[in-house]
Write a protein that binds this ligand. Structure first.
Ligand SMILES: Nc1ncnc2c1ncn2[C@@H]1O[C@H](COP(=O)(O)OP(=O)(O)OP(=O)(O)O)[C@@H](O)[C@H]1O
Ligand SMILES: [Mg+2]
Length: 366
């Protein structure tokens, strides 16, 4: 097993495209880290550099204490499972899984034992003599994973390994991959652009955007304390409501955060960042679950009008118009709302997120 460390890693393609911008990141031995971000943010480029399939423009990648920049991919003991399965069509399932061991000239006995072991783990032991084309997409994906796992790599890289599967199978595979990783303890980096997948599988999540690492933390840390507006809006479904408010004149060491004349929150001056000058703008984030409906006018609240209310089995999803703009609320099942109804909404004071309007960085109220 092994830890993986990226030190100031940058990837440029042909001088013009900056795909990965000065990333530093450590993945602990045995950890499951999800690399999460929108399309084109540099996830695959990062993985290919760790695997040794792509040159590193600047910086260093270490496995344990060894700098791997100049090691070939075969020398790294890093296995990678790709989004598209890349199976050999003329080999049987057994032949495909066995291949990495065959090229390493392992004994026949050793090969057979190991293929059977991973095939059993992934429940594909009864299709070993079939060709890939005779299998469904889900089974092909498992064969591809088995081939990556059979080497018992110390580092396992998976780049959207289940993104082509249908929703049911994806959810089964999520569970299986997670269990597999727990069982074999391989340090795993798992690329996805699906935040639910990252939240449900990972010990920690690294969020990227435009080649830049935005935040690294446990799923709860990232959800509860997003480091900036990008992370705040990227994590959470429905997404966090984000709007601009302004800071009113300080009175008695306390400053109101206002939408028009409506007070949403009062900041203690001790907690105020220097950037928050009286009358200055501030970005406010409130998750759909973190609004209270029909607060009294005396609470920190604002009026809103219901546009749409969707009653689902376990909750009500509502869209409202307010002085802060359009809001999405997630309310308890059974909440009765009519279109056009006027209500008051109040953010839960302890759940409000504030961001610097210039930099987008979170302003912490601790
Ligand atoms: N071989 C290449 N030559 C030139 N540019 C490339 C190359 N590979 C990737 N890029 C560019 O680098 C950036 C990052 O690409 P990358 O494939 O790493 O993103 P990604 O996060 O994996 O995206 P996706 O979620 O779509 O797979 C993109 O702008 C992409 O167009
Ligand atoms: Mg990719």
């Amino acid at each position: 097993m092994a830890s993986v460390t990226l030190r100031n890693v940058t990837k440029r393609y042909g001088g013009a495209v900056l795909a990965v911008d000065n990333i530093s990141l450590s993945v602990a031995d045995g950890e499951f880290l999800a690399l999460l971000g929108p399309s084109g943010c540099g996830k695959t480029s990062t993985m290919r550099m760790i695997a040794g399939l792509e040159d590193i423009s600047e910086g260093e990648i270490l496995v344990d204490d060894t700098i791997t920049n100049n090691l070939s991919s075969a020398e790294r003991n890093v296995a990678m499972a790709f989004e598209n399965y890349g199976l050999y069509p003329h080999k049987t399932v057994f032949g495909n899984i066995a291949y990495p061991l065959v090229v390493r000239r392992r004994s026949r006995r050793d090969i057979e034992d190991n293929v059977l072991r991973v095939a059993a783990m992934l429940h594909i032991d009864d299709v070993l003599d079939r060709k890939p084309a005779e299998l469904s997409g889900g089974f092909q994906q498992r064969v591809s994973l088995a081939r990556a796992l059979v080497r018992e790599p110390s580092v396992f890289l998976m780049d959207e390994p289940i993104s082509h599967l249908d929703a049911d199978l994806r959810s089964v595979m999520r569970g299986e991959l997670k269990r597999l990783q727990k069982d074999n303890g391989a340090t795993t980096i798992y690329v996805t652009h699906d935040q639910l997948e990252a939240m449900s599988m990972a010990d920690r999540i690294a969020v990227m955007d435009h080649g830049v690492l935005q935040q690294v933390g446990t799923p709860l840390e990232i959800f509860n304390a997003p480091a900036n507006e990008f992370v705040a809006s990227f994590i959470g479904e429905p997404p966090m409501n984000l709007f601009t408010a302004h800071v009113g004149a300080s009175d008695d060491g306390r400053s109101p955060v206002l939408i028009g004349e409506h007070e949403l929150l009062v900041l203690d001056d001790r907690l105020r960042a220097g950037a928050l000058a009286d009358g200055g703008a501030i970005r406010v984030g409130v998750r759909p679950k973190d609004f209270v409906l029909n607060a009294s006018a005396s609470d920190a609240s604002m009026p809103a009008e219901v546009r749409v209310a969707e009653a689902l089995i376990d909750r009500v999803l509502a869209t409202l118009d307010s002085p802060a703009g359009r809001l999405r609320l997630e309310l308890p099942a059974g909440t009765n709302l009519r279109e056009g109804e006027r209500v008051r909404v109040a953010p839960r004071a302890d759940r409000i997120h504030l961001f610097d309007p210039e930099t987008g960085k979170a302003i912490r109220l601790v």
